[in-house]
Design a binder for this molecule. Structure first.
Ligand code: GDP
Ligand code: MG
Length: 600
């Protein structure tokens, strides 16, 4: 296939607008998978992805298609829809020349539609808008088309209208890609040059690199070099994703395919790296900015004896997800563990779920925090990823010049009647409203600056409840701003518990301090002695609660003679025990760690 017979494209959309379903239909149409009615999101390979209906890792597939008497090779790259993974979206876009902007005709443009459009537009891709779900009785394709025209200045007269579910109109999608998107540039005569844009670990063949071939060709036995590290590799297998790894004799200019070479670990495969043939160096392509961890949480084994097996599980999981950063951490309260960095809270949840389900691990996770920056008076700047490391009141006064926290530019889209609620939501989360505009007669797009810390807690849940589920939200990082931050400490029977410490804005100290003490009181079970809970900031106690001791005779009475009830209670207690951690004499449940920073 010469480049003019190749198209590399992706599908971008707001979550649930139908990307994975459309990908299935296109794969069926081209015979890559058989039509069985059972193809549910074939490209969403991981179990959590299927369960949660989200695409976490970008997956690709090649298809063959005949159009106007010519045979084409089409490479589809499925992209994640969730904001946490916008890093994965941009790296897959760099391997494409065109993209389908899929919009649910019943919901219209949502926040991620806007964010994804600008990502693609910024990469210079040809964008083909398509309206999906026109089979729904609530579909309003005319209105969605108008929104597309007014928001993105794309002519709305020729927008395809399809139902990925029923297959209606799907046959027009591939011809549109061929006609409206550019073929890959590049030359077969130039020396081999390829962009590494995704990588994973395969149990049979080891590290697999997905590459876009920009010039020349590559086959088994060739020797290639990484521009990033200078390391040389021998290619042992090349092929295409069809939809599984399918070996081919070579990969040529314009193609997207996988390469297996003797890489030992995924750490050697740098996404964004340029590879060239040994002795034929080429100018490296502009690389990617590496994924930045924006949410950090401590992970500790419930039972210290499980440290080694947990260590192994975390290593295995990060083999396939290089966007998780891992550092050892020791907590006075929780012992040895790790501080893991994630792209966002969903990313963190997915990681935890995989750790527990795929590796049967029993872990305790501390509440998520963002990376803070401290500027000291001697000119040194430090990143703080663990609240316990945040300077105390005395240090703050003597050695700290300023404290800063990360901000995001947020986009919210919702029906006009929620405007009041949405403005209030942003303001109560320390947001700074920038503007709001109408994308049609009744829908509003609101832009504001928000501290990242506010959205890692409950912002998303609040957004959904205060808009009855009708508001959508997306954001991008917008750098650090100085902010009056303080550390809040939690003391149990006068002992500070480092793993419960939190960082917050000084104006939140009183309300949050009281709230944390109350919440802890609710989740800490009564024990054989009084437990005094205190929160403190700036060296002052903010709140105090007491969990009264349990009187023995009361338990005896309530467990009474009813044996089934007793068994039930005992079982429930056993369940609860799994996530209990003893700190000094006090037993703390997992909820105690998460109750910090989730505002009521
Ligand atoms: P993604 O998050 O963009 O990958 O969306 P999915 O492909 O997972 O689809 C989300 C939901 O919308 C699923 O329940 C699909 O069955 C449903 N869906 C997708 N396309 C259509 C369509 O054309 N019509 C209808 N009625 N439902 C659809
Ligand atoms: Mg999907």
């Amino acid at each position: 296939y010469p480049p003019e017979r190749i198209r590399n494209f992706s599908i971008i959309a707001h979550i649930d607008h139908g990307k994975s379903t459309l990908a299935d239909r296109l794969l069926e149409l081209t015979g890559v998978i058989t039509k069985s009615g059972k193809n549910k999101q074939v490209l969403d390979k991981l179990k959590v992805e299927r369960e949660r209906g989200i695409t976490v890792k970008a997956q690709s597939a090649s298809m063959f298609f005949e159009h106007d008497g010519d045979k084409y090779l089409l490479n589809l790259i499925d992209t994640p829809g969730h904001v946490d993974f916008s890093y994965e979206v941009s790296r897959s876009l760099a391997a494409c020349q065109g993209t389908i902007l899929l919009v649910d005709a019943a919901q219209g443009i949502q926040a991620q539609t806007v964010a994804n459009f600008y990502l693609a537009f910024g990469e210079g891709l040809d964008v083909i808008p398509i309206l999906n779900k026109v089979d729904l009785p609530t579909a309003e394709p005319e209105r969605a088309a108008q929104q597309i025209e007014s928001t993105f200045e794309i002519d709305s007269s020729n927008i395809l209208r399809i139902s990925a579910k029923s297959g209606l109109g799907v046959d027009q999608v591939l011809p549109a890609i061929i006609e409206k998107t550019a073929p890959p540039q590049g030359s077969a005569d130039k020396p081999f040059k390829a962009l590494l844009f995704d990588t994973w670990y395969d149990t049979y063949v080891g590290v697999v690199c997905l590459m876009a071939i920009k010039d020349g060709s590559i086959k088994r036995g060739d020797r290639i070099v990484s521009s990033h590290s200078g390391t040389k590799y021998e290619v042992t297998e090349v092929g295409i994703m069809h939809p599984e790894q399918t070996p081919t004799t070579q990969l040529q200019v314009g193609q997207v395919g996988y390469i297996v070479c003797n890489m030992k670990s995924i750490a050697e495969a740098h996404v964004g790296d340029t590879f060239y043939r040994e002795k034929c160096p080429v100018e490296a392509l502009p690389g990617f900015v590496p994924a930045k961890s924006m949410v950090f949480a401590g992970v500790f084994p419930i039972d210290a004896g499980e440290f080694d097996s947990l260590n192994e599980s975390i290593q295995k999981l990060t083999l396939n997800d290089s966007s998780v950063s891992v550092h050892k951490e020791t907590s006075a309260a929780l012992g040895q563990g790790w501080r893991l960095g994630f792209l966002g809270t969903l990313h963190m949840d997915v990681f935890r779920q995989r750790l527990e389900e795929e590796y049967d691990a029993n872990v305790l996770i501390t509440s998520p925090t963002v990376p803070y920056q401290i500027k000291y008076t001697d000119g040194v700047t430090k990143f703080i990823r663990t609240p316990a490391d945040f300077p105390d009141a005395a240090t703050m006064q003597d050695f700290v010049e300023s404290t800063m926290e990360p901000y995001v530019s947020a986009t919210l889209i919702f029906p006009e009647k929620y405007l009041g609620n949405m403005l209030e939501l942003c303001t109560t989360h320390r947001g700074e409203i920038q503007n709001h505009t109408f994308i049609d007669e009744t829908r509003v797009m609101l832009k504001c600056q928000l501290p990242m810390a506010e959205i890692v807690t409950d912002f998303f849940d609040k957004l959904k409840s205060k808009s009855q589920g009708f508001a959508s939200f997306d954001y991008e990082e917008s750098g650090y701003q100085s902010s009056d931050l303080v550390k809040m400490e939690v003391l149990l029977n006068s002992e500070p518990v480092d793993a419960l410490a939190a960082v917050m804005h000084k104006n939140s100290v009183v309300t949050v301090g009281r709230d944390i003490a109350k919440r802890l009181k609710e989740v800490i079970r009564r024990q054989l002695f009084d437990i005094i809970i205190q929160t403190a900031a700036n060296g002052k106690i903010v709140a105090r609660e007491t969990v009264k001791q349990l009187r023995k005779n009361v338990t005896a009475k309530c467990y009474g003679g009813d044996i089934t009830r007793k068994m039930k209670l005992l079982n429930r207690q056993k369940e609860g025990k799994k996530r209990m951690k003893r700190i000094g004499k006090v037993e703390l449940p997992q909820e105690a760690f998460l109750s910090i920073m989730t505002k009521s």
